[in-house]
Design a protein around this ligand. Structure first.
Ligand code: NAD
Length: 364
């Protein structure tokens, strides 16, 4: 069986606490299945600034370039907040995304049945939610040219950003989205603003063309404003959604509310090597308010490891076992502090990781 190299970049704050738990689960899967996984850890973000003077040391980038997948924690914290933009911890993550050409961001929003009441939305809206929001990461409004600001003699100013896409950029994210939809409920909503924006009309045209190669998937085109509304009143309508960068940022944050806590949300950024190289990370940050206390919820990181198996190593059934193990541990009533409520059992980061490992082990 092939051996896969996994770059492990815990980063800062609770990244250093939750990433080892995700790695522990992957090691267990490797042991149970004979899958060859080779782990190598490297510095990134604030801890790399402290040790090597830069948020993305060349050795870390080289490790990522040679890896099959990257397991990432989170970067940043108050200690480095006053550094100039170019030297801040976030530059480490942005640098990897750029160098590895990670062009599609995947954020699932799944409502766990036992956490329905943790969502501020009604049970009837959130129950059964299982959406994957895919956001293009390299073009669109954030990176389109021309962009900039001009100042005028009369004291006024003008600023410009441009939402721009080439058909190639749309096609590769559309293919990634159809591939993902094939691994889930075969339903794809392409979200745009084609009634107003010419860039969205091109987006729609290309997605329609790519869709012809995926006759098993049921595609639809949805206007972004309609999608924003539908997410909070008929979320279960959606399976996989694909959209432009800015639209995707807004919609994936909105969808996150459906899932309850920050500590439960995994993500993946795919690209490089024909869309198979991926960076897998929890959506949350370094949580300086709880870092070092052993109370962080490792579930987002562990579900990111499940995505790593599914999307970079094509080991979907192993990912399913991890997802099911998380569900079982929650069903048994174990909770970290962020999702704890009366009548449930409070556990710390490592204990939650151990409980999930035990359930994964039992499943083989
Ligand atoms: P955050 O996600 O770190 O924390 C927000 C709140 O959620 C905090 O109260 C925190 O305690 C809680 N929380 C987050 N994850 C949790 C978990 N796993 N278990 C339990 N509780 C959890 O966001 P923030 O406070 O805005 O940012 C803190 C730092 O993280 C900043 O420096 C920010 O730049 C950085 N950040 C990094 C990333 C990344 O590396 N991808 C993403 C977001 C924020």
């Amino acid at each position: 069986m092939a051996t896969y190299k996994i770059a492990v970049l815990p980063g800062d704050g609770i990244g250093q606490e939750v990433t080892p738990e995700a790695r522990k689960v992957l090691q267990l899967v490797a042991k149970a299945t004979g899958l060859g996984l080779e782990f190598e850890t490297a510095l990134i973000g604030g801890s790399a600034i402290d040790a090597a003077g830069t948020p993305l040391p060349p050795a870390t980038l080289a490790l990522c370039q040679g890896a099959h997948a990257i397991l990432f924690g989170a970067v940043g914290g108050p200690k480095w907040d006053n550094l100039p933009q170019e030297q801040r911890p976030e530059r480490g993550l942005l640098g990897i995304r750029k160098e590895l050409d990670l062009f599609a961001n995947l954020r699932p929003a799944t409502c766990f049945p036992m956490l329905v009441d943790a969502s501020p939305l009604k049970r009837s809206v959130v129950e059964g939610t299982d959406i994957m929001v895919i956001r293009e990461l390299t073009g669109g409004l954030y990176f389109g040219e021309p962009r900039g600001r001009e100042e005028f003699a009369d004291g006024s100013a003008r600023a410009v950003n441009t939402m721009a896409y080439s058909s190639r950029e749309i096609e590769r994210v559309a293919r990634a989205a159809f591939d993902v939809a094939m691994k889930r409920r075969k339903r794809l909503a392409s979200v745009d603003k084609a009634n107003v924006l010419v860039v969205s009309q091109l987006w729609r045209e290309v997605v329609t063309r790519v869709g012809k190669d995926y006759p098993q998937v049921q595609p639809e085109h949805v206007l972004v404003d309609n999608c924003a509304m539908a997410l909070v009143h008929k979320a279960t309508h959606f399976g996989t959604n694909v959209t432009e960068d800015t639209f995707g940022q807004l919609l994936s944050d909105e969808a996150a509310i459906l899932a309850g806590s920050m500590g439960m949300l995994p993500s993946a950024s795919l690209g490089g090597k024909g869309g198979r190289l991926g960076l897998f990370e929890p959506v949350h940050g370094t949580a300086p308010d709880i870092a070092g206390q052993g109370v962080a919820n490792p579930i987002a990181a562990i579900l990111s490891a499940s995505m790593l198996l599914r999307y970079s190593l094509d080991r979907g059934p192993d990912g399913d076992r991890i997802d099911a193990a998380v569900l079982r541990v929650l069903e048994q009533g174990h909770r970290t502090r962020d999702i704890h409520s009366a009548g449930t059992k409070l556990v710390g980061t490592i204990e939650m990781g151990d409980l999930i490992c035990r359930e994964v082990e039992k499943s083989y």
